[in-house]
Design a protein around this ligand. Sequence first.
Ligand code: PFF
Length: 515
Amino acid sequence: MSEPIPPPDRGSWGSRLGFILAAAGSAVGLGNLWKFPYLTYRFGGGETDQHGAGTFVFLYLICTVLVGLPLMMAEILIGRRARRNPVGAFKTLRPGTAWKGIGYLGLLAGFVILSYYAVVAGWAAEYVVKSVAFEFGDFQSHVSDDAVYDRVWQEAKEASGDATMPRELAVANFRAAHPDDASLADAMREKKLEAYPVALFHDFLASPGRMVGYFLLFMLLTVGVVLGGIASGIERWNRILMPALLLMLGVLAVRVLTLPGGARAVGFLFQPRLSDITLEMLLFALGQAFFSLSLGMGAILTYGSYLKRSDKVGSSALAIVSLDTVVALTASIIIFGSIFSYGLVMKGSGVGNLFTAIPVIFQHMPGGRVLVVVFYLLICFAALTSTVSLLEVVASYLIDERGMRRPKAVALAAGIITIVGIPCALSFNVLANFTLAGKTIFDLFDYFASNIALPVGGIGIAIFTGWVLTHAEKREELAEVPTPLFRAWHVLIRFVVPVAVTGVLIALLMGRVSG
Ligand code: PFF
């Protein structure tokens, strides 16, 4: 089969490193820094389950190696060969077939993900402002004495196992334990620090104006970058800011590991118990692997379409997957290390852990006041390189397939996504009680995209690569991969990926029907 002719003027990456950094920029984002620690917390029963978190992490790693890595290679391969957006790629490689449907599903997933992802990215933007304004510094004034006594009462009830204990008694005991003014003030201060970051975050969640405002701000930022075209903007910034993020995470990890709770965090994350595995956990681990690696919807395929023929697919995929995994694990160690070391009081699902646990570490670090600003800026940047890739998928489709000019394509896509995203931003306040099957709009979007649309797209991509593309087509794109590794990859992409992912989805469906 002859090679497809690339359309003119598509541009390409300045170098292979440029591609790796951009694809890694798409992969590394809130999925690693926010969602992975949040899901880990959830499956760890909010810190109480000895092995739940470890079991989830273990499943996640298996999914990453057996499903994520082979699919990453497949997407890069398809993109580079076709030199098109996801829909156009399938049209080009197998004209007149229904395979382009995978591309359309990817577009839908891109729409859905960006609409709630930009909401969380907006939180990071708000936290830049908070850290510049140094709102974490004067936590004392934000938590009332009354709130502290409520907490003291709660703790006393839990400690004694006596749910009927009167509040006055608990408070009197607490005061008696700190007889002089100085030690009482110290104890109050300590308790306020434990509760304050969470109170601050929930205060923010409750404000519809701020939630929508920061979401809109982030959509605008994304539009700005995507309008600038692919290589000039994204590639240049990635080269500086991605390493900066890694450096900062490294510093924080070292810091946390020297704190009393550091070792406990490591134990919490890495002690799986296989008998704890549930189908739900497996589905979430799989969905998270897709989400975190930007797989299943053509984002990596789109970036791969800008890759030069001389660049290597296999080693690039390995580099991106490794980097992504290291960032997710490091972020979790930092967040749990902070929670355990400072005895933070978490509340609810853990959805805000990235925003509640981190400022506390900086509060106890020399130079923390400035570093915390830098850190949240880097998180915003990591989120931006992901939102950009999401919007680019949709925009490149409208440009290549619908003949739109870039500004019009970007404005149209972003406009629709913004409208759909506003209810997601309101899911934490005005629309908090608007639920379906116990899930808010925000949760539903996340569930649909990560746990259904991306895995289904992944099955399609695996079958297309494994069974539809000819051996020669694949071998040509993976020319540099040694034969034994090529064979192993081929087995994974033909059998393991489609069977395993389909199995999980079917089991889930049957569980739903019978349950
Ligand atoms: N991988 C991104 C993250 O972990 O934050 C999220 C994402 C970006 C998912 C792009 C899908 C995508 F196409």
